[in-house]
Design a protein around this ligand. Structure first.
Ligand SMILES: Cc1cc2nc3c(=O)[nH]c(=O)nc-3n(C[C@H](O)[C@H](O)[C@H](O)COP(=O)(O)OP(=O)(O)OC[C@H]3O[C@@H](n4cnc5c(N)ncnc54)[C@H](O)[C@@H]3O)c2cc1C
Length: 412
């Protein structure tokens, strides 16, 4: 036994103390936090309740005969403006895994027919409204109040808002306009929009496998407390961990619940945020059984789903994949019936089916002030950090940026 292992020996009844920081939640927020900690020479432990890390980076892979095929059950597109994410991708040696997305359209799906976005727009109204983009500011505007002036009211109501709703799979009229789509400086040496050869979850897998990062899956955290100068974390399976620092990178409601006993004011502050659960079903089919022309996604104004995201952006010789992102609370039978109607094939023709629930925040005007108060409450607590997709926005880059700034604050 070395001196090193003696130092980290687990005493009976004592939690493991071999990590500098415990991070709860293994989505890109928690993973990027783990990345920054490990880069700084710390030893992070990441606790994830599911069998694999990734959260909304979910690209399940299937063996079908001698072929493999993956599909995205959550996020699917990255941009050259995701500079913090790209920094991590670069450090993971994954720049060569970046691939372009095939140029297939985002289309409307109305009364069983695919319609192009452009053919559905009122062009005259668009031309009259578009110059407003140079006059109006997004700050303190809702998505509706800003964009209906940019595209025209009819275009907004009949077309554009359905595309916006498809982004976080919920109504977005009341979202803050400046948090929905952001313009950020772009990297010139990277494709404008892209994905990864094996799907986005390959990035999650790569971060999770980095030296210095320990990931414990199937570890749902049920209790956190602060005792004797350390944070102590208990999982549903009864494991106990302790470290001088704790980061919660879970949906706001989960973080609020976990903080109830330890930080009641912060917990109450988090509890005011709303979020939507997105029920998704992904299906893989043989290419020759579906007549639908290649699409990036189908968006339907008044359907039971917000969008159907397709794998046609990364074409495959044998299979196609479609992820249906449904409105919440629908019976399973209704969802499956709609999948069969849209694809025009029975369930028996599906090679694989994947089911996933994602949580996305329902941001509202005033979120910036909410965020200022959050950071004021956290200011004195160097050992405690919060990350997630409910800070500067829900895009991947917002999550990574939040983890980076929280890491820097905690490091001091
Ligand atoms: C369908 C969909 C499509 C999207 N498309 C895009 C896109 O194309 N581009 C883009 O930029 N953004 C996209 N987004 C947004 C972006 O993907 C997410 O906001 C981001 O991935 C969220 O990361 P996160 O780590 O904050 O949360 P999550 O990915 O939700 O991760 C949180 C993790 O915490 C775990 N967890 C929860 N409670 C506990 C607990 N008690 N103990 C342990 N673990 C726990 C969960 O299992 C989960 O793995 C999309 C989102 C969705 C849902």
């Amino acid at each position: 036994m070395t001196v090193f292992s003696i130092l980290f020996l687990k005493l009976p009844g004592q939690p493991m103390m071999e990590h500098d920081v415990v991070i709860v939640g293994g989505g890109i927020s928690g993973l990027s936090m783990a990345f920054y900690c490990a880069e700084a020479g710390m030893r992070p432990l990441l606790l994830e309740q599911n069998a694999e890390a990734g959260g909304s980076f979910a690209s399940p892979r299937y063996e079908i005969g001698r072929k493999t095929f993956w599909l995205e059950m959550g996020a699917h597109t990255c941009y050259s403006s995701y500079q913090n994410l790209l920094g991590i991708v670069e450090a993971c040696g994954m720049m060569g895994d970046i691939i372009p997305r095939a140029k297939v359209p985002f289309s409307l799906f109305i009364d069983g027919k695919v319609k192009s976005l452009v053919s559905s727009l009122h062009i005259g109204e668009l031309l009259l409204s578009a110059p407003n983009i140079f006059k109006l500011k997004k700050e303190d505007q809702s998505v509706r109040s800003y964009y209906e002036k940019i595209v025209g009211k009819r275009n907004y109501d009949e077309v554009i808002r359905h595309f916006f709703n498809a982004v976080p799979s919920q109504p977005t009229d009341d979202f803050p306009a400046d948090m929905m789509f952001k313009s950020r400086p772009k990297r010139k040496d990277v494709l404008k929009n892209y994905t990864f050869r094996d799907g986005l979850q390959s990035v999650a897998r790569s971060i999770a496998g980095r030296k210095g990062i320990t990931v414990a899956t199937d570890s749902e955290v049920t209790l956190v407390r602060h005792e004797g100068g350390n944070y102590r974390v208990t999982t549903a399976g009864g494991e106990e961990y302790a470290a001088a620092r704790l980061v919660l990178a879970t949906p706001s409601a989960v973080s609020s619940k976990l903080l109830e006993g330890m930080e009641p004011e912060l917990s109450r502050h988090l509890s005011v945020l709303k979020a939507a659960e997105v029920d998704s079903i992904g299906v893989i089919v043989r290419k020759d059984v579906v007549a639908l022309k290649p699409v990036a996604a189908l968006i339907s104004p008044n359907d039971v789903f917000y969008s159907v995201v397709s794998r046609d952006t990364v074409p495959d010789d044998h299979f196609r994949g479609f992820s249906f992102h449904f409105r919440p609370g629908l019976p399973e039978k209704q969802k499956k019936t709609r999948i069969m109607e849209v694809l025009g094939i029975p369930m028996a023709k599906m090679e694989h089916i994947n089911v996933k629930t994602n949580t996305v925040p329902s941001l509202r005007l005033g979120h910036r002030q909410w965020l200022e108060k959050t950071d004021a409450l956290l200011k004195a607590k160097k050992g405690l950090g919060l990350s997630g997709n409910y800070f500067g926005g829900m895009a991947i880059e917002d999550c990574v940026s939040r983890s980076k700034s929280e890491f820097e604050r905690m490091r001091g």
